[in-house]
Every structure is written in structure tokens, then in C-alpha cells.
Design a protein around this ligand. Structure first.
Ligand code: PLP
Length: 408
């Protein structure tokens, strides 16, 4: 059903030529026959398009594919994963609020919460998400959200979302989760208690790193009358206060819209998502298992390994293997650089879940401009290599890693 639903979702309007793929509407504006009808289209009519910063048929079609994939109540696509993350928080947070979050996050997300939002008087309260008492103690009357990544990048930690959700529900705090590392065919967002999802669709969805994009999915599960900023908003029919404010104010004012061309590429990628995910995550598991016994590697981290403290949670929350990212720890930073420089098949590049396998040394790149204190807070170790497995044969990747470690 998962792939069938994504592949067969209907166009908003039947195509006059019977095109089987939604065409790219490469236009900035849409014209109307008279003043009445263009005025009506500006009254938050989501089935009509006026200007492509606000909405566009190709982008809307991509959104409807993600709605079919996720089962969310509503979905908005934006220019990037960071546009989705910043858009979601700017929709709900106001000066004086705080966000209770894991500090072990993708570098720009960490920086957005810790630095950018701080400028607006919004505090990031970093907690150990393994410690439910710490989460409970951090929440107060000004907490506007709890936030983490479904599997943290690059430390591969998994928070017990169903249990955290109970704590949040009792305190009327929404759960926002970045689910970039596991697509919708791999877990059940509602069962985890996720209210709002933010995703970098650049990764699994785009299909071969074709383009940058992001989505915000609203499961319609949170009562936004409990949010100080949204409580005053009207509740339009069929859309939450959150999505209404995001679409009608925040997204159009910030202007980080997805381009129709990228929406086309990402819609095409979404159709092969499950197939690629299964293969890539199977390869990650095989690599993790195989490399665990390699004497040149100090530690292999992958949530499904018995050595991971998150194995039980991983088995419970995810169907199939938990994603296509693993990390290896070597003796020190020098050993990491030597290993990276000898790779022949795996590319030295940032990004995740390209068709091509990728390796990066996070401490000197994604977190390279962080102070030593911030690196420690974000939990990035100098001897860690992150590997994203692509669609190559697992045996070729193992051979490449072993020769780069010097024992191939
Ligand atoms: C977990 C996670 N979230 C968000 C992002 C940001 O996504 P984008 O690069 O599409 O803005 C990334 C990028 O690597 C990521 O790994």
C-alpha cells in the first residue's frame, strides 16, 4: 500500500493532455479572469494558486504524495530541511518561550536552536533525552515544544518517543521530530506520539540527491489552543491553527519556497522511496555487522547491533533495518583522515542517502566552525566517521572500507 499510495495519488485537477506525471508549472504567477476571482483566490484558498512563493500545482502535487506517504493531516513543502525546521519553530515560538531538545542534532539545527532563536529571546533547553526525569524537569509553562531527531545524526541515539509523548501530553507540549533518518515506510509517527514532523527531503525522498527540499507534516494531533502564540488564531475548516499560520504568514513571509523544478524531482524520488530505503538500510546493517569484528575499528555504531544501547527501542519503533547511516570510530582524527583519503568507491561528501555511498568526518566539517565547548555539547567526537550507504553492492563497500583501513 505504501508505494501504491505514493505512486497513484491524484492530481488536484485532471491534466488536459492526460500527462501521467504532474508537469512542472514553471511560472511565478497565475492569472484570473476578473477582480472578484483573484480577490477570492487571495483569501487563503489552498485549491487555487496566485503566486509560486505561496503555492504552485507541482509543489502541491509533491505535498500530496508526502501526505499519502505519511498519513499526516496536512503537509507543506519548503526549500530545504532547514527551511522546514526554522518555519516550524517560527510558527509556534515567541519571545520568552523555550524548546526542550536533545543537543545531539544535525549541526545547523543545533546552531538554529542555540544561536539564531536565542537572538529572538527563545531559549533552547538541552536535555539528555534518555533521562525522562530531566525532560520533565526542563518543561515549564513557557515550553512551546519538545524536539529531537528520530535517530540522532551522527550519534545514532533513539529517544523513547512513546514514553516522552505521555509526559508531553500531560503538560500540553507538542512533540516535533526531525524524521529525516527514517522515512515513513520504516516507522509509525502517530504511534510514536509525533505531532509535527520536519524532514530534509534532500535525503531519502529526493532520490539520488537530485535536489534540496524539506517538508513539514502536521498529524492534526495537538490542540494548538494550548500554544500561547496560536491560541488567538482562528481555526479554519480542515486545517490546524499551526498549518494555517505556517501557510498564511510564516512561509510566505520568509519566502523559502520549494521551486517547481525541485518539487518535480522530489515527487519522482518519492515514488521509489521504499525500494531504495529497504536496499540502503539492508546494506547499512550488513556493513555494521561485518565491520564490528574489524580490529582496526575501535567502535561501530548502528542501532540494530547488539552493542547499541538503543537496540531494543530500535526493534520496537522501526520496521526493517533502522536506516542507512552508521558510524565508525578509529584510533584518532589522523586515522580518520588517512582512512577518508584512501576511499575509492565511497565518496568524500556531506549529505545522506544519496544513491552513492558517502563518508564524512563530522567534527572537522559539519561542526568544523563550532568552539570546542559547543562540539562537546553537540557530542561530536574527533575520531568519528559517518557513513551513508547507497545502492552499490554491500561487498564492494566492505572491500573499499577494508582497503582504506589498510587490511583489504
Ligand atoms: C537530520 C537532518 N535534519 C536536517 C538537515 C538539513 O536539511 P537540508 O540540508 O535539506 O536543509 C540535515 C542535513 O544534513 C539532516 O541531516
Amino acid at each position: 500500500m505504501f508505494s501504491t499510495n505514493i505512486i497513484n495519488n491524484k492530481f488536484g485537477q485532471p491534466d488536459v493532455y492526460g500527462a501521467i506525471n504532474m508537469p512542472v508549472y514553471r511560472t511565478a504567477a497565475f492569472e484570473y479572469p476578473d477582480s472578484e476571482s483573484i480577490a477570492a483566490a487571495f483569501q487563503y484558498r489552498y485549491d487555487q494558486h496566485t503566486y509560486s512563493r505561496i503555492s504552485n500545482p507541482t509543489i502541491q502535487h509533491f505535498e500530496s504524495k508526502i501526505k499519502a506517504a505519511s498519513g499526516a493531516e496536512s503537509v507543506m513543502a519548503l526549500a530545504s530541511g532547514m527551511a522546514a525546521i526554522s518555519g516550524a519553530f517560527l510558527t509556534i515560538a515567541r519571545t520568552g518561550d523555550n524548546i526542550v531538545a536533545s543537543p545531539h542534532l544535525f549541526g545547523n539545527t543545533f546552531s538554529f536552536l542555540r544561536n539564531t532563536l536565542a537572538e529572538f529571546g527563545i531559549e533552547a533547553r538541552f536535555v539528555n533525552t534518555d533521562n525522562l526525569d530531566e525532560i520533565t524537569a526542563a518543561i515549564d509553562g513557557n515550553t512551546c515544544a519538545f524536539f529531537t531527531e528520530i535517530i540522532t545524526n551522527p550519534n545514532l541515539e533513539i529517544a523513547n518517543l512513546p514514553e516522552i509523548s505521555q509526559i508531553l501530553k500531560e503538560r500540553h507540549v507538542p512533540m516535533i521530530v526531525d524524521t529525516t533518518l527514517v522515512p515513513w515506510c520504516g516507522f509509525d509517527a502517530r504511534a510514536c506520539g509525533i505531532d509535527i514532523e520536519v524532514v530534509s527531503t534532500t535525503k531519502f525522498v529526493s532520490g539520488g540527491a537530485s535536489s534540496v527540499g524539506g517538508v513539514i507534516a502536521d498529524y492534526g494531533t495537538f490542540d494548538w489552543r494550548n500554544n500561547r502564540k496560536l491560541a488567538q488564531m482562528p481555526k479554519p475548516k480542515g486545517i490546524s491553527r499551526f498549518m494555517f499560520r505556517l501557510r498564511s504568514e510564516i512561509a510566505r513571509n520568509l519566502g523559502a519556497c520549494l521551486s517547481p523544478d525541485n518539487a518535480f524531482l522530489q515527487a519522482a524520488g518519492a515514488e521509489t522511496l521504499a525500494l531504495r530505503y529497504e536496499r540502503m538500510s539492508e546494506t547499512a546493517y550488513r556493513l555494521a555487522q561485518h565491520l564490528s569484528s574489524n580490529p582496526n575499528i575501535v567502535h561501530v555504531n548502528y542501532p540494530e547491533l547488539d552493542s547499541s544501547p538503543y537496540k531494543t527501542l530500535s526493534d520496537r519503533l522501526f520496521t526493517g533495518h533502522p536506516g542507512a547511516m552508521l558510524t565508525i570510530s578509529l584510533a584518532d582524527k589522523g586515522a580518520c583522515y588517512r582512512f577518508m583519503d584512501k576511499l575509492k568507491v565511497i565518496r568524500r561528501a556531506t549529505n545522506l542517502f544519496d544513491n552513492k555511498s558517502l563518508a564524512i568526518h563530522p567534527e572537522s566539517t559539519i561542526y568544523g566552525t563550532f568552539s570546542p565547548e559547543l562540539k562537546a555539547l553537540a557530542g561530536v567526537a574527533p575520531a568519528l566517521i559517518r557513513i551513508s550507504t547507497g545502492l552499490e553492492e554491500a561487498a564492494d563497500l566492505i572491500e573499499d572500507i577494508e582497503q582504506a583501513l589498510g587490511n583489504g
